[in-house]
Write a protein that binds this ligand. Sequence first.
Ligand code: ATP
Ligand code: MG
Length: 277
Amino acid sequence: MLNPPERNDDANLPTAARDDGTGAEVPLSVYDLTVAYHRKPVIWDVGFDLPAGQLIGIVGPNGAGKSTLLKAVMDLIPRASGRVRVFGDTYRENRHRVGYVPQRESVDWQFPVSALDVVAMGLYDKIGWCRPVRKRHREQAREALGRVGIGDLADRQISQLSGGQQQRTFLARALVQDADLYLMDEPFAAVDAATERAIVEILRDLKERGKTAAVIHHDLQTVPEYFDYVVLLNMRVVAQGPVSQTFTQDNLQKTYGGRLTLLDEVTEAMRRRESSL
Ligand SMILES: Nc1ncnc2c1ncn2[C@@H]1O[C@H](COP(=O)(O)OP(=O)(O)OP(=O)(O)O)[C@@H](O)[C@H]1O
Ligand SMILES: [Mg+2]
């Protein structure tokens, strides 16, 4: 049994390494992170440093603690222990540099707002919470919806959007934020091929602009194609590193145990990646 969660206040802890040896700031460092629900730990002693300017896949079976990890990073749930550094400082200090795309099921889609309103929420840090959303903000939000291919649905209530359109709305919200680190919880879940391609384009565009994106992802076959770096999680970090070195059968077996039946397909996906390099 764990002790009750401690306060999230880690202001007195030593400052984490601010760069990764290349001079770039480390977008996200997690140290010894343990999170428990009702005193039962669901992630345990998790630690990693994410490389700057890369697309990172966070991969693991259902219930592995992936969403919990992202929520704990953003102080949305208490940590039992451990600490988190975002660009070398606390999340609170640098939250304006982080864009979050939540898991679609965790959102109340009946909330009476339009797609445009949701996207404009991404600008609140810039606008100020109690200030009016101005015409130029609305235009910015409209433009972001255009970038994700649903500019014509800007005034539609979010409850009246399809799943893929809802997903695109949240991506647009993250885009207007112009963050440096994006945390995305299964943006590819239940989207059609066109939306999947649109999301991949957005991720590549973010990378070109020097941004870092950590993306929870379930489709093992596309990991080598979409991501540069991977964190394999199953309550603990099983392995982390560049996809070419880390996304191996052995590590996947350790992450998924007997449940993995896709190993051959993953091997095939890796072979495809190597032949396209
Ligand atoms: N609010 C909660 N209260 C109690 N237990 C929870 C809560 N949220 C998640 N859990 C449990 O914590 C574990 C990790 O859940 P989490 O949602 O982080 O997994 P995940 O890796 O994101 O899974 P998935 O791939 O299904 O989204 C699961 O066993 C889940 O049942
Ligand atoms: Mg999840």
